[in-house]
Structure formats: C-alpha cells, structure tokens
Write a protein that binds this ligand. Structure first.
Ligand SMILES: Cc1cc2nc3c(=O)[nH]c(=O)nc-3n(C[C@H](O)[C@H](O)[C@H](O)COP(=O)(O)OP(=O)(O)OC[C@H]3O[C@@H](n4cnc5c(N)ncnc54)[C@H](O)[C@@H]3O)c2cc1C
Ligand SMILES: NC(=O)c1ccc[n+]([C@@H]2O[C@H](COP(=O)([O-])OP(=O)(O)OC[C@H]3O[C@@H](n4cnc5c(N)ncnc54)[C@H](O)[C@@H]3O)[C@@H](O)[C@H]2O)c1
Length: 452
C-alpha cells in the first residue's frame, strides 16, 4: 500500500491551495477529486456567475456614464465566453498540471477507511498518509416543497443548471433571498427574464444590516423584480414546459424555471468518518482554530461551514498547509468580507449593528450617502447612488463592522476588512489620505460622523 505525506480529498479552491503548497514544499501528495479539479467554484459557482454578471453590469455602467449609448448584449457570445471560463467542463489540463508537479492524481470518490495511520480508498485502491485534508465543499439544499422532487433539472435549477444555462428563460421563479438568489435573480432580470423572488425571511440578505437590506429591496424594485417576503413555495408542479407554483400565502406563480438559492449543505457525510469516531454536525466537520478535526485530520472550505466563501477556503488552505509543514497558524474570521456581486455591488464585513449590540459593545454608527459626500460617484455616473455604513466600538475606538452599497464595493470594502481585523484605531483611519477621487474616501467622511 502506497504511503503519502498527505492526501487531499476534494480539489476545489480550498483543496488546491493545500495541495499546491505541500507540493512546493517537496511533500509526496495525492489529490482525490470525484468530478472536476477546480471544484464548484471554478465550474458552477463563482467563476461562471461572475463572468455572466459582468456584461449586464458593464451595460448598466455604460448607460450611466455621460455620452455613451446603450451597448447591445450578445447572449451567444457571452455564453461562449462563459464556456471558455469554465473550461468546457474539462479539467484534463489541471490533471496534467498536478501530475507534472509530482502529485498522485486520483480521479474518483474518496472514502476514509481507517486511522492510525489514516487510510483512504479511491476506486478500489487504498493509500495511507500522515495527513488527510478534507476539502469536499458543499451542495445545494433542496427545500421540502411538495412536488419539487418530481420535476427534472430542465424545470428546477440549482446553481449548477443556472450557471451553465444555455437559454434565458422568459419567466423565472427564484427561491431564497441570500447571495445566490440576489445575484442570479438580478442577472436573469437584466437579461430580460420576468423574475419573481420568494424569500422565507422577512428581508433580502437577512444576515446583513437591515438598512443594507432596504437598499437592496429598492434596487430590486427598480429592476422590476417581484419580491415576496416572509413566505415559501408550498408546492410546485409541471405545467406545459414550465412550472406552476403555489406560495404559502396561497398566491399562484407560473414560471419556465424554478431557481433554487436556498442555502448549501456541507459535504462531510458519506466519507466514512463516522465509522472512525469523527462526528459531523449537519454535514459539517467541526474544526479547531488550526482547522484540525483530529490528529492528522484537517478540513478546509465549505465543509467546515465557517463562512462559505472561496476566500475563506483559500485562507484555511494556506493555514492548514503551514500547520502541516510544522507551523502554528490559527484562523481569525473577524475581517472576512461578504460581497454580493449585484449591480450596484453589496458588501458587509465584521459585525452588523444588531450583532454588535447583542455582544454588549458600546456601539456608535454612522451612514453617509456617497454622492452627497464624494466626487467619485459623479465622475463615475450621471445619476449615482451609493451608501456606506460604519459600526464602531466606542470604548475601544475601533471599527467592528461596515457595510456598503455602490460601484466596485468588492474592491474598496477590503479597507474596512483590514481595519477591523487589525483593530486599527479610528483616529488613524481618519488621519489616512485615500486617493482622490475614489470611493475609499468615504471612510474618512463616515468615520468623522461617528459620535465617539
Ligand atoms: C452560485 C454561487 C456563486 C458563488 N460565488 C462566490 C463568489 O463570488 N465568491 C466567493 O467567495 N464565494 C462564492 N460562492 C461560494 C463558493 O463557491 C464556495 O465557498 C467555494 O466553492 C468553496 O470551496 P471548497 O474548496 O470548500 O469546495 P468546492 O468548490 O465545493 O469543491 C469541493 C470539491 O470536492 C469534490 N469532492 C466532494 N466529495 C468528494 C469525495 N468524496 N472524493 C473526492 N472529491 C470529492 C467535489 O467534486 C468538488 O470538486 C458561490 C457559491 C455559489 C453556489
Ligand atoms: N458573492 C459571493 O461571495 C457568493 C455568491 C453566492 C453564494 N455565496 C455563498 O454560498 C452560500 C449559499 O448561498 P445561498 O444564497 O444559497 O444561501 P444562504 O444560506 O446565504 O441564503 C439562503 C436564503 O434562502 C432563504 N430560504 C431558505 N429556504 C427557503 C425556502 N424554502 N423558501 C424561501 N426561502 C428560503 C433563507 O431565508 C435565506 O435567506 C452562502 O454561504 C453564500 O455566502 C457567496
């Protein structure tokens, strides 16, 4: 039986970072992947969704810039570029790349079949290793809607069908109110679909600051999206080529497709770990602050259910590789940005004002309207909009949270992310000199408004 320094199970962004770093350090590594090297992120989530969103976003930006006409949208050309970006669902170059780096590439579903030492089985063969890293990601949750399971993938889209779509549906019923529902719902609407969104919670993006949720709802109204809050889809049935749904409120909604954005379940079950005394929590592998599950067993990414983002999977991957190589790195999630790539972009980082108060923090908040305060929104668009909110700990004099709605927020939210993580005193932030004219200047203006 072949013995390795490490076996990485699942080659999404988390697994790839661990494998790359261990291989560079000269370790003997096996990587196991049952589908495509690159994971959900590379083929069915981040990459295709952000590629698809860009042209409608660029068109809206062009419409808002002085002196530009509305550019045309070429769906076949966009679809072809999306297919190129998802490598036509072919990972043979990645397989070759890892083999060239000296990895043992195992294409198949892995199971952990023994411990002391860890033993992993793929395709009927077994391997032992000093370290096993589980990076198996997550899968879309299918809500318990009557009739849903009887409908095929032509009528019910998870993120997989939605991000690999080949036609724009005439009518889409989007279920959920998180990042998936907001990004895909707005994309479909901007591509010409009539979109109805049904969210169980009482706000869109209900884990974010309530004020941010309000701004997103207003934007969805401008986009002509019909939003039902505080209700669910009670039942769904085939109707011609489409779907006839009945909501909890009794209202009927007809659509060509029903798109699920109802959360994700970590893929920690089915790996055989329970038989070895490693319990999961609703599919998640419990990790300590070093991302360790048990001696020699590590987990990174969505399967840890810490914060289901690619940047978190990569962060945990860097940390686990360092720890396997003898380091002692511990994870800190206080400065993880949460960006929704809608148009305008939406972001939150750190605590919401509600969370900060619940923790007993002496909270000070401020909110600024970006066009009222800055020059940059006006050089960017003729009818600009945007808002920045900051949440500070008055007694410590540091920022504990921030949220923003506006152009390119995904880039400039990282200023707040670093300030929160490093506990940079608000006085230093106010004393900084962000480039003129940029959206980053908003932080000085917002922080000056705080009653500290
Ligand atoms: C529509 C959508 C858009 C998103 N957009 C963003 C975004 O813009 N930015 C962002 O930060 N996050 C985004 N996310 C979240 C992001 O996709 C995940 O956080 C990220 O993919 C997690 O990476 P991972 O390495 O944990 O797992 P994954 O990317 O899920 O990869 C896990 C891999 O493990 C493999 N695997 C599973 N079980 C086994 C087994 N037993 N044996 C072998 N292999 C196995 C799978 O085949 C898969 O390839 C988005 C999610 C969705 C659904
Ligand atoms: N830009 C990004 O970084 C990005 C983009 C997409 C997804 N993601 C990540 O992927 C993960 C999954 O995203 P998501 O939006 O699917 O999940 P989510 O858990 O963030 O949100 C799910 C939403 O669906 C609602 N919901 C659940 N069941 C419902 C039902 N039966 N009927 C109506 N509404 C229902 C919930 O109230 C909740 O608001 C998240 O962790 C997210 O952060 C990130």
């Amino acid at each position: 039986m072949e013995h390795l320094d490490a076996i990485v199970i699942g080659m999404g962004p988390g697994g790839e970072v661990v494998a790359d770093r261990l291989l560079k350090a000269g370790k003997r590594v096996a990587v196991a992947e049952r589908e495509l090297i690159g994971g959900e992120c590379g083929y069915y989530a981040c990459i295709p969704s952000k590629t698809l969103i860009r042209p409608p976003e660029a068109r809206a930006d062009a419409e808002e810039a002085a002196g530009l006409d509305r550019p045309g949208l070429d769906w076949p050309a966009l679809r072809a570029y999306r297919d190129q970006m998802i490598r036509h669902l072919d990972d043979s170059r990645q397989v070759r790349g890892y083999r060239d780096q000296g990895a043992l590439v195992l294409k198949g579903a892995a199971r952990v079949v023994g411990r002391d030492p860890w033993r992993v089985a793929v395709d009927g063969r077994e391997y032992t290793a000093d370290h096993v890293v589980v990076a198996t990601g997550s899968e879309a949750v299918r809500p318990p809607v009557e009739g849903l399971d009887g409908l095929g993938p032509d009528r019910v889209w998870t993120n997989r069908e939605a991000t690999t779509l080949t036609r724009i549906p005439g009518r889409a019923l989007v279920v959920g109110g998180g990042a998936v529902a907001v990004e895909l719902g707005q994309f479909l609407a901007r591509m010409g679909a009539a979109v109805t969104l049904v969210q169980r919670g009482d706000r869109l993006l209900d884990r974010e600051d309530p004020r941010l949720c309000e701004l997103v709802s207003e934007q969805f109204e401008r986009d002509g999206i019909t939003v039902h809050l505080g209700t669910e889809v009670a039942s769904a049935a085939a109707d011609g080529d489409g779907v006839a749904a009945v909501l909890g409120s009794g209202e009927r909604v007809g659509a060509d497709v029903l798109v699920l954005g109802t959360g994700r379940r970590p893929r920690g079950d089915g790996l055989g770990l329970a038989d070895l005394g490693v319990e999961t929590d609703r599919g998640a592998l419990p990790v300590d602050d070093r991302c360790r599950v048990a001696p020699g067993l590590w987990a990174v990414g969505d399967v840890t259910a810490r914060a289901m983002f690619t940047h978190v999977a990569k962060y945990q991957g860097r940390l686990v590789a360092a720890n396997i190589l003898g380091g002692d790195r511990r994870a800190d999630y206080t400065g993880v940005p949460r960006v929704v790539f809608a148009h305008p972009e939406i972001a939150g980082v750190g605590l919401t004002s509600e969370q900060a108060r619940d923790r007993g923090i002496d909270v000070a908040t401020a909110e600024i309207d970006l066009p009222e305060t800055l020059a940059r929104p006006w050089t960017h668009a003729t009818d600009p909009r945007g808002t920045l909110g900051v949440i500070a700990d008055r007694s410590e004099g540091v920022l504990v949270g921030a949220w923003a709605f506006g152009p390119m927020v995904s880039e400039w939210i990282n200023t707040a992310a670093l300030a929160i993580r490093a506990r940079i005193p608000v006085g230093y932030l106010i004393d900084s000199t962000p480039q003129f004219p940029t959206f980053n200047e908003g932080y000085v203006a917002a922080l000056e408004e705080l009653d500290l």
